[in-house]
Design a binder for this molecule. Structure first.
Ligand code: URP
Ligand code: ZN
Ligand code: ZN
Length: 462
């Protein structure tokens, strides 16, 4: 059904103006100061955006939905995760495909795709995990790229599980350079983590509060520095996922200063939580165990400043949903067995607005850029991340006057807890549209499951 969005204040990463938007056949076809409903086709649905912002649909470039990990599986399905994303204003998700070391890349791609295709309500694409390197893996990775997946994922952490060694890293980066794909990377030195974990456990330090000391900032900075060296030698374009601290950002900046093509992502937990959460009594801290770990509070202001300066390009979630009662508790005797991850796919946009825009830490353009536009550009999501004629009609009518609170009782994620339980929100996505279909309105999901499509991608663009 054609849509007419009237009286809104349109915000993109560069522009701020008032106009009406008309969308038909999934894309935006008119943007004018005033568009008369009488001049629109019969049956056009009108959405009044007076007093509200109109943002491009938000893109989360780092989520896990189907994830076999640490002896269990992430809790969400594409049904729950995509609905939660949409309710929180996110219209496109990029999921990490994380095959085991002996799995075939092509089969993994098909498996991950089968979990979302025909089920997801929002649009989606993937970063293809490279977890081993041999002739067959290389051939299949080339095929996955041919099928439109134009980014890889490597883990420099998780020794013995998903992590790659230096030979595998070198060849993955060389192939990426040849094919023109971006390599996203989890940067932590896995040997240092491994040794620190053993020492802490041997000293009886088994609780969730010891997760951070087992992978301190130096471990992350070393991982980044390592990636920078390999990226410099291969010429590959890289993207550092979930950067948590000043030391890691400085290591990336020093690589960039040497000519490395590198983008920096942070995630909403690092901007809003600090290590005291992992120190909560009664094993509650396990809810806040993710890797790299939530840091000391001082890192938050550095991250906000870096976001404002656009040194940090994107804010994702690294949504990795595990239940507290049955999954996080697997690590009651040893923090090393707590499934790593914090669920937040439904809360990213509102938390970034509430703690970023509403507090004056970042402006509206930086907000849109970090939560939508930049990801579209880095990962070649054509038609996404902006409001322009010909772009996909992925639009969010956002109400800055809304006030509410986060709760696991009302969230749409599948987990039995929310790390932000009781937190106040100043703003909400009032109407969410994906390719011209209204998917959420007034806090209710009104879309169709299966509406989501695998996004067509090109190379990175400016
Ligand atoms: O703790 C995290 N980050 N869990 C998800 C897997 C990953 O490293 O991204
Ligand atoms: Zn990671
Ligand atoms: Zn992740």
């Amino acid at each position: 059904m054609p849509l007419l969005i009237k009286n809104g204040r349109i915000i993109t990463s560069t522009d701020d103006y008032s106009a009406d938007i008309f969308a038909a056949d999934q894309t935006i076809s008119r943007i004018e100061k005033v568009i008369d409903l009488n001049a629109c086709p019969t049956g056009t649905e009108i959405i009044d955006a007076a007093g509200k912002y109109v943002f491009p649909g938000f893109i989360d470039p780092h989520v896990h939905v189907y994830l076999p990990f640490m002896g269990t599986y992430a809790k969400d399905t594409w049904e729950t995760a995509s609905r939660a994303a949409i309710m929180g204003g996110t219209t496109t998700l990029i999921e990490m495909i994380c095959p085991g070391k002996t799995d075939e890349p092509l089969a993994a791609y098909e498996l991950w795709l089968s979990k979302a295709k025909g089920i997801s309500a929002c649009d989606f694409t993937y970063h293809m995990g490279v977890t081993r390197w041999d002739e067959l893996a290389e051939r299949q990775l080339r095929e996955v790229v041919k099928r439109g997946i134009r980014s890889f994922k490597v883990f420099l952490a998780y020794k013995g599980a998903l992590g790659v060694d230096d030979r595998e890293l070198y060849h993955a980066l060389k192939l990426a350079r040849e094919l023109g794909v971006v390599v996203t990377a989890h940067c932590e030195n896995e040997t240092l983590v491994d040794e620190r974990q053993k020492e802490l456990l041997a000293a009886g330090k088994t609780g969730p509060e010891w997760h951070e000391p087992s992978r301190p900032v130096e471990v992350e900075a070393e991982g980044v520095q390592h990636l920078m060296t390999f990226a410099q030698m291969t010429g590959a374009e890289v993207y550092i996922v979930h950067t948590s601290c000043e030391e890691a950002i400085r290591a990336a900046q020093s690589g960039i200063a040497r000519g490395v093509r590198c983008h920096i992502e942070t995630v909403i937990p690092y901007l809003t939580l600090d290590n005291t959460y992992a120190q909560k009594p009664g094993f509650e801290g396990a809810k806040y165990v993710m890797s790299p770990p939530i840091r000391e509070k001082k890192h938050q202001s550095f991250l906000w400043d870096s976001l404002r300066a656009r040194t940090v390009s994107t804010v994702a979630t690294d949504h990795a949903p595990f239940d507290f009662e049955t999954q996080k508790t697997m690590g009651r005797d040893a923090f090393t067995k707590i499934p790593n991850g914090i669920p937040s796919v439904g809360n990213r946009v509102d938390l970034l607005y509430t703690h970023g825009v509403a507090t004056g830490r970042i402006d509206l353009h930086t907000f849109v850029d970090a939560a939508s536009t930049r990801a579209a550009r880095i990962f070649g999501l054509r038609g996404k991340g902006t409001i322009a004629i010909g772009a996909d009609a992925d639009l969010v009518v956002y109400d800055p006057a809304y006030r509410g609170r986060i709760s696991s009782k009302t969230h749409h994620m599948a987990t039995d807890y929310n790390a932000y339980e009781g937190w106040e929100l100043k703003g909400r996505s009032e109407v969410v549209m994906i390719r011209g279909s209204v998917m959420a309105r007034g806090g209710k999901f009104v879309g169709k499951m299966g509406h989501g499509r695998l996004v067509e991608r090109g190379g990175s663009y400016e």
